[in-house]
Design a binder for this molecule. Structure first.
Ligand code: COA
Length: 249
């Protein structure tokens, strides 16, 4: 059973979808919402957040990954003391910032199809500004390795929210911790699981390999699929997450 939980942060309503009551928080990527994690809520449990401006959460001005991380952290504090944060793509950038800026509430990290720097193809941003329909086709084609049921649904949602998608991708484009990881300024000292699809064209495997090299004791799992691995390989992803969280909660 999945239910909705609403919390209030600075008069801004933030919505979560909740599965079995476990201290796991899922953070979606650009232009998506909490529903992205439906299989994980049912097969693992925990809470999936709707970022501000997405799903059922309120609209407000967000200019950076740090802004998103602030609202995620403050919203999570209303429901949990500490959580395992699972972030996909932009969500993976956000959970890295939750760790860096709000470490007290983090128990472990699961980084799915993400990286320490998330530059976006300039032509993609340009197309999204000028011809959203064409841009959404391009993005969806790059995001999935194989057709799954949600393919068309995501396309429609991206098109309907193309301004939010553009804003998210502009925020991704500015996210860059590459040098901070390389020169040791960032050291993640927490159990970390890194998951990526071997055919991910938006956040290629090398981004996850870099994370795995930089984070001591981390584990990298490469699944067969593209960027939307939670939809393309829901059962396998659940198995991998369940195995990792088993000893932590
Ligand atoms: N982790 C580790 N290394 C990274 C990295 C990451 N997240 N992002 C970039 N790098 C490294 C590259 O490996 C490369 O290293 P090298 O010079 O040793 O080969 C260097 O940084 C420069 O990367 P490059 O990809 O050439 O340039 P860029 O980071 O400025 O990005 C793009 C240019 C946009 C063309 C490219 O990142 C890309 O194809 N992105 C995927 C498509 C996309 O739009 N994704 C959306 C993400 S949300």
């Amino acid at each position: 059973m999945v239910s909705e939980v609403l919390v209030n942060v600075n008069d801004v309503e933030i919505s979560f979808l909740r599965g079995k009551d476990l201290p796991i928080v899922y953070v979606h990527g650009s232009g998506c919402d909490a529903k992205l994690w439906s299989y994980q809520l049912k097969g693992v449990g925990g809470y999936a957040i709707d970022l501000p401006n997405h799903g059922q959460s309120y609209e407000l001005e967000i200019n950076s990954v740090d802004d998103y991380a602030y609202y995620v952290a403050e919203a999570v504090k209303k429901i949990l003391d500490k959580a395992i944060f699972v972030g996909h793509s932009l969500g993976g950038a956000i959970v890295q910032k939750v760790y860096l800026n709000h470490k007290k509430i983090v128990k472990a990290l699961i980084l799915v199809g993400t990286g320490v720097r998330l530059r976006v193809l300039p032509t993609l941003l340009e197309e999204l500004r000028n011809n959203p329909k064409k841009a959404v086709d391009t993005i969806v084609n790059m995001a999935f390795d194989r057709k799954v049921g949600e393919f068309e649904e995501i396309k429609e949602a991206f098109l309907e929210n193309s301004k939010v998608l553009l804003r998210d991708l502009e925020i991704c484009d500015k996210f860059d911790l590459l040098d901070d990881y390389k020169n040791g300024k960032i050291r993640i000292d927490m159990p970390t699981l890194i998951i990526v699809g071997n055919k991910d064209r938006l956040t290629p495997v090398k981004y996850s390999e870099f994370l795995n090299k930089q984070i001591e004791g981390s584990k990298l799992v490469v699944l067969d699929g593209g960027h939307m691995i939670m939809l393309e390989q829901p059962e396998r992803l659940n198995e991998v997450i369940n195995e990792f969280v088993e000893n932590l909660i």
